[in-house]
Design a protein around this ligand. Structure first.
Ligand code: GSH
Length: 221
């Protein structure tokens, strides 16, 4: 059995989305987004006390990008990875890792808006800067989706893959802090990938949301 250690609305959501898309049996252990992730038993699952962590075939795997790569290689028949030698392999790796570039800005903004609980701890400059950097990331996706290829509906020329999930989930998080409306290709792609039932299955229920709001305006100080 595959076991995913998960916090709603965190990077583990991209693994949940992928597991749904793979259609293999799995179970989810949901953790609160708090200091319990630093407990000794949890550190056996992720030595830095983060989600996700995945147990599969007697192995514990952490780092969402590595988990996605391992899952796609374990179930190649599902067609969500691009294996070494395949034409889109370099692009698959680029976009898989780019998800983490986006997520780093989201993490900074989550810290600023949510984790820091006193206004004196927050920085309006950091909030604005990080939101702008998210827009730069949207710009990179926009450019990719606008590149002149027939049917550029997804990040890869060869069609939907796990990198649409990884980047799509990062954009799901990022949209709490930077709007996508000014990026028409990103908006259309995001709508396309999030209409999949696998995305709906990875969404949190109302009681387990990390983000209480849909959008956080920069704090003005
Ligand atoms: N690069 C790691 C980052 C993991 C990470 O930072 N996860 C966040 C949630 S999105 C977390 O668990 N944070 C808990 C904390 O920092 O205490 C990955 O992609 O798995």
């Amino acid at each position: 059995m595959i076991t995913l250690h998960h916090c709603p609305q965190s990077r583990s959501m991209r693994v949940l989305w992928l597991l749904e898309e793979l259609g293999m049996p799995y179970q989810v252990v949901e953790h609160p987004f708090d200091r319990s992730l630093r407990s000794e038993p949890y550190l056996m699952l992720n030595p830095v006390g983060r989600v996700p962590s995945l147990a599969m075939d007697g192995e514990v795997i952490w780092e969402s990008g590595a988990i996605i790569e391992v899952l796609c290689e374990r179930f190649p028949e599902r067609g969500l990875g691009r294996l070494p030698g395949e034409i889109d392999r370099p692009d698959w790796l680029i976009w898989l890792h780019f998800a983490e570039t986006i997520s780093q800005h989201v993490a900074a903004l989550t810290q600023q808006h949510i984790v820091l609980y006193e206004d004196a701890m927050r920085s309006p400059v950091v909030m604005r800067l990080e939101a702008k950097r998210l827009e730069k990331c949207y710009g990179a996706i926009e450019r990719r989706l606008s590149s002149p290829v027939e049917n550029r509906d997804y990040l890869l020329t060869s069609g939907f893959s796990a990198v649409d999930i990884a980047v799509g989930q990062a954009v799901y998080m990022a949209r709490h802090f930077a709007r996508t409306e000014a990026f028409p290709e990103v908006s259309a792609w995001y709508a396309r990938i999030t209409e999949r039932p696998s995305f709906a299955a990875a969404l949190p229920d109302a009681e387990h949301r990390l983000y209480e709001r849909d959008f956080y305006e920069p704090w003005e100080g």
